[in-house]
Design a protein around this ligand. Structure first.
Ligand SMILES: [Zn+2]
Ligand SMILES: [Zn+2]
Length: 160
């Protein structure tokens, strides 16, 4: 399956992820810090999802309205918890930092929906898209579970 690396808007095309591929040998990777573009840690010790402090982001959508969302900080785990407001699981949400309101940076487009995007949270307080985790902005999408952006970038480069 060839295909272009970027979509019409110049965004990296993110393939559908298959989180089952590791066949039981899975080692749970839990993130304890991820950062917004301004360097705020999005992991909140006040909210647990799947037993670990979760990534808390602000969401906004035409149907969903505004609210606060806690995402599992375990790689490949798509669990989430709506802390404030009501998030429509099929809507493309605008996601931003709850501390400064800066929108999360976009890594690429997601195949689940024409306008869906994967957004990034950085592993260090520097904006390096290769050292980030990414997830789709549609909660019902399998790509809404965290994945490593660096793996996607390598995968795409290997294809060209
Ligand atoms: Zn921030
Ligand atoms: Zn998606």
């Amino acid at each position: 399956m060839p295909g272009k690396m970027f979509d019409d808007r110049g965004r990296l095309k993110i393939p559908e992820m298959n989180h089952e591929r590791t066949e039981g040998k899975e080692i749970e990777v839990v993130l304890n810090a991820v950062y917004c573009p301004e360097g705020h840690n999005l992991i909140s010790l006040d909210h647990l999802v799947s037993g670990y402090p979760a990534i808390v982001v602000k969401f906004s959508g035409r149907k969903s309205g505004d609210g606060l969302l806690a995402l599992s900080a375990i790689l490949g785990n798509s669990a989430y918890d709506v802390l404030e407001g009501e998030a429509n699981p099929d809507e493309m949400l605008d996601l931003s930092c709850p501390h400064c309101g800066t929108p999360l940076d976009v890594l690429g487009s997601c195949p689940c929906n024409t306008d869906a995007v994967t957004v990034m949270a950085y592993l260090y307080p520097v904006k390096d898209p290769r050292q980030a985790i990414a997830f789709c902005n549609v909660l019902s999408c399998p790509n809404s579970a965290l994945f490593r952006s660096g793996e996607i970038i390598r995968l795409e480069q290997g294809r060209t």
